[in-house]
Design a protein around this ligand. Structure first.
Ligand code: NOJ
Length: 563
């Protein structure tokens, strides 16, 4: 099977922080339009834009108030039409972030729903009576929410609780109600008729909920993923979306399936023969370091073996039956070089990480700023944080464990979702060229040394390397092998080197990257070098067929066939 999206290079745009087109300090649609030529030059031909619907912005737009309207701060539908038409001219496909699991509590459906128990919209959401113990009202179950606290919120108008697995202002929709599904299909059609090419489906593993019984994990409030992740009816609902929307429009869909999606579930969602989605983003490879066990980032260590095992497991499972996105991170995780690279080898480690991920089998999806090796922000105080999930969960943890508050805050500052949300670093002018006025959020102080403008003018920069990698995939004599070739990891037990082969009928390409700051060696006698395809040092250090890999070195070469 061959599809346009298998050959694409995807780029995620977190709109609020990407580029401010009207100088009000907030990224917007015009800003994206202004940067489409830039993305085209980088080699990107598919963009995923995070939500820009009308929203009170409790969760930066993932709380939708009106799916048919653009948030004022991001522009207008006309701005979006201009963006689309320019993208079409440049052959860049555009996908929208479609939020299916919840709306804002300011969405009309919810305003109606909460009015009375017999309102026609009551069943658009999930309402339950309080559990009364000793005459006191309690949430219907002990389920916790992702952002901290209970997954239920009391609403006094009807004396019932509504479910909300994210923030209080994000009530969950009731997917048992076919009207919800029909409404979502109508919304999807409306955007597809405007000319978009597909959707990234937000939080899509959580649509179905378990029967409302307490979690056995704790007597207290507890986040129990099993109560609302990857349950059987999720497939039924997605199949309805597929039949009613994705199939008739023949669109590309990529679901966000957090919630410990087992590979078996992922196959159901997105194998070639599945009638649900084209691909899924999973998060199994996102936290393979010791970040949750340390108090100082200088102690950060990547668990290379675990990372290899996870990535290989997904590749092996999907090798004949489906297709994977290739991504390191998104707007919810720390920055790539800070998380999996090494600041002392900033340039080398950024390039190495790009090499091993984006030459694998699948569709690359990079996150804005990754192409210049943007890093985490040096947060040192909670007052610098904007993210609702970080703030809520810190508050919650401290309420349970007040003596430990500083450690809780320090930890949160290391892992907060705000790291990837600082302003895109376009140049070395004030506010990093993001805006002419003070932006809504921080600019990383390293923008004078890490920025797009400098890196575009430097053929040895991370940016130039990403451009070369993408061009290798899209336009080179190796494209066919790099896109459709098989994937086979070798030297699985090596704790420093990540090595695999891509093979097609007539060629074999070896891709290798070192996660070590010490020299490592690799014996090429079974894989002799015919032609080097891409490397992150200026030369290769090889003697008697043994490559001496310097810190974070990566090399990809065509292997000479042996008789
Ligand atoms: C997943 C998104 O990536 C995240 O940013 C958001 O907070 C939740 N879904 C809720 O929509």
């Amino acid at each position: 099977m061959k599809k346009w999206w298998m050959e694409a290079i995807g780029y995620q745009i977190y709109i609020k922080s990407f580029k401010d087109g009207n100088n009000d300090g907030i990224g917007d649609l015009k800003g994206i339009t202004d940067k489409l030529d830039y993305l085209h030059l980088l080699g990107v031909n598919l963009i995923w834009i995070t939500p820009f619907y009308d929203s009170p912005m409790d969760d930066n737009g993932y709380d939708v108030r009106d799916y048919f309207k653009v948030a004022d701060c991001y522009g207008s539908i006309d701005d979006f039409k201009i963006l689309l038409s320019k993208a079409k001219k440049l052959n860049i496909k555009v996908i929208l972030d479609f939020v299916l699991n919840h709306t804002s509590d300011e969405h009309n459906w919810f305003l109606e729903s909460r009015k009375s128990k017999n309102n026609p919209y009551r069943d658009y959401y999930i309402w339950q009576k309080p559990k009364v113990i000793d005459g006191m009202n309690h949430p219907p179950t002990n389920w916790g929410s992702f952002f901290g606290g209970s997954a239920w919120k009391y609403d006094e108008i009807t004396n019932e609780y509504y479910m909300k697995i994210f923030s209080d202002k994000m009530p969950d929709l009731n997917w048992k109600n076919d009207k919800v599904i029909e409404s979502m299909i109508d919304i999807g059609k409306w955007w597809l008729d405007l000319g978009i090419d597909g959707f990234r489906l937000d939080a899509v593993s959580h649509l179905s909920k378990a029967p409302f019984e307490d979690s056995k994990f704790s007597n207290d409030i507890v986040l129990d993923w099993f109560k609302f992740s990857n349950l059987p009816n999720n497939h039924t609902y997605l199949n309805k979306m597929y039949e009613g929307l994705f199939k008739p429009y023949d669109v590309f869909t990529i679901g966000e399936v957090g919630g410990q999606a087992s590979i078996d579930e992922a196959i159901k969602y997105s194998a070639f023969k599945s009638n649900e989605l084209s691909m899924v983003f999973n998060f199994d490879h996102n936290w393979h370091n010791n970040i949750h066990d340390i108090l100082d980032l200088k102690d950060l260590k990547v668990n290379v073996l675990a990372l290899k095992e996870t990535l290989n497991k997904w590749q092996e499972t999907f090798k004949k039956i489906g297709w994977l996105p290739l991504n390191w991170l998104n707007h919810d995780q720390p920055r790539l070089v800070s998380h999996y690279g090494n600041q002392n080898y900033h340039n080398e480690s950024a390039k190495m990480l790009a090499t091993i991920m984006y030459l694998s089998r699948g569709t690359p999806f990079i996150y804005q700023g990754e192409e210049i090796g943007m890093t985490n922000f040096p947060f040192n105080d909670l007052s610098q944080i904007d993210d609702i999930s970080t703030l809520n969960s810190v508050k919650n943890q401290i309420s349970k464990n007040p003596d430990n508050s500083q450690a809780i805050i320090d930890k949160a500052l290391m892992t907060t979702r705000d790291h990837p949300r600082t302003m895109m670093q376009w140049d070395d002018t004030k506010f990093a060229g993001f805006s002419e006025v003070k932006p809504w959020f921080h600019v990383n102080p390293n923008y004078k040394i890490i920025n797009v403008k400098d890196q575009m003018n430097d053929s040895s920069s991370i940016w130039s390397y990403y451009q070369k990698l993408f061009s290798l995939r899209r336009f080179s004599k190796y494209s066919n092998t790099l896109i459709y070739g098989t994937y086979e990891m070798i030297h699985k037990d090596d704790p420093n080197l990540f090595i695999y082969l891509r093979k097609s009928d007539n060629e074999k390409i070896l891709v290798m990257g070192s996660f070590s700051s010490q020299n490592q060696s690799f014996d090429t006698s079974n894989y002799p070098i015919l032609e080097v395809i891409i490397q992150n040092y200026d030369d290769i250090s090889i003697e008697n067929q043994i490559i001496n890999l310097r810190p974070y070195e990566s090399i990809s070469y065509k292997v000479k066939e042996q008789k």
